[in-house]
Design a protein. Structure first.
Length: 368
């Protein structure tokens, strides 16, 4: 087992990474506030992993809340189901909520914990690659609004993050590929050495080879922990973690939540951010292509939806959380391994980014 720490003074917490952690009582017991524990999961994960987790919590008074599965359910109505379950289980302020599932479960369960009786403790147990390397770490919680993704939420840090890589054995290949978009993101924004490592080891990660998988998760979580430790509430450098997300969230919103998986939309959005960086002269074409190739090797979509026109992007991007004084700001690359956030760009560059022939760009890579 490997252990990292997110350093946030009194809100600091550990990230445990290893195999077989789900049933280890000694991992969970130090982080339980009292006897009552509610496991929040979904209908896909519940039959796979609830019983193993029960074994680690045998001395607790357990209740289980099972939610419908999918991004389409990340809304007020589903959040209410969690509150219903907490009421039925009579959870008090000394209770602990455990989020067992992917990013949707983790985001909603943590938001419920932040709201319940003024806030109760939460432990994240992510079961998808995307949630293990990204959404379970950092304390962002939220639900979607029909007009914008993750627009309603709070910053609320967990007491611990428990990453059992064995849970990825039941993850569908498409979901695994989706999660790899966030892994690749860390190399692009802040860790060139990790990007180079991924170029040599990506297939091993996607084949779930334990050493490579653990290394990828550890380096991803370490990168995020460093950034969150410097900027917990996303008032500065933490914004770089949103590479590809401004374009990607627009894709998710326009196409309908769940049609494109989050990582798929982020991958296509990252290609757009790479192209915008090139158009601004921040990186060259070879650097752009290097990023696209790695995303493509992960089985991710690298061509944005061709049915989306400029206005289809601009409308949802206008309510992006990085907008300041009505100006859309983007996470771009100053160079590979070094991201920046800017609203300083000519409108014609943004238009060129939104209307670029991405199919031709990708085809040119195949012809090389």
């Amino acid at each position: 087992m490997q252990t990292l720490h997110v350093n946030l003074a009194e809100r600091s917490y550990p990230i445990y990474i290893g195999q077989g952690l789900l049933s280890c009582a000694e991992i969970f017991s130090p982080h339980l506030a009292g006897k009552k524990v509610a496991i929040v999961t979904n209908e896909t994960v519940s039959p796979l992993y609830v019983e193993a987790l029960r074994g680690a919590l045998e001395h607790s008074e357990l209740s289980v809340v099972v939610l419908p599965d999918g991004e389409i359910y990340k809304n007020w109505e589903t959040l209410q189901l969690i509150f219903d379950g907490l009421l039925e289980g009579q959870l008090d302020r000394k209770s602990t909520l455990i989020a067992l599932g992917g990013g949707v479960v983790g985001d909603m369960a943590a938001l419920a914990a932040a709201c319940w009786q003024g806030g109760i403790d939460c432990i994240q147990v992510p079961t998808t690659l995307l949630s293990q390397v990204d959404s379970s770490v950092g304390g962002k919680t939220g639900i979607n609004h029909p007009l914008g993704k993750n627009m309603i939420g709070a910053f609320y840090q967990p007491k611990a993050v428990v990453i059992d890589i064995d849970t990825l054995k039941t993850l569908p290949p498409r979901e695994l590929s989706s999660g790899s978009a966030e892994v690749i993101k860390y190399g692009l924004i802040c860790d060139l050495a990790f990007l180079e490592w991924l170029e040599g080891n990506l297939e091993k990660v996607l084949q779930l080879q334990p050493d490579a998988l653990t290394e990828a998760i550890h380096r991803s979580c370490a990168a995020k922990a460093r950034v969150v430790g410097m900027d917990e509430r996303e008032s500065g450098i933490r914004e770089i973690l949103n590479l590809g997300h401004t374009f990607g969230h627009a894709i998710e919103t326009h196409m309908g939540y769940g049609v494109w998986l989050h990582g798929e939309a982020v991958a296509a959005g990252t290609v757009m951010a790479l192209e915008m960086s090139r158009l601004l002269g921040l990186i060259n074409g070879a650097e752009r292509d290097r990023g696209i190739r790695l995303l493509k090797r992960a089985g991710l979509p690298v061509i944005p939806p061709e049915e989306m026109g400029p206005d289809d992007f601009l409308l949802p991007m206008a309510v992006d959380k990085k907008v300041q004084a009505g100006r859309i700001r983007f996470v771009l690359l100053g160079q590979l391994g070094n991201a920046l956030v800017t609203g300083d760009y000519p409108e014609e560059i943004l238009h060129a980014t939104l209307t670029a022939n991405y199919r031709a760009i990708v085809q040119a890579l195949s012809d090389c």
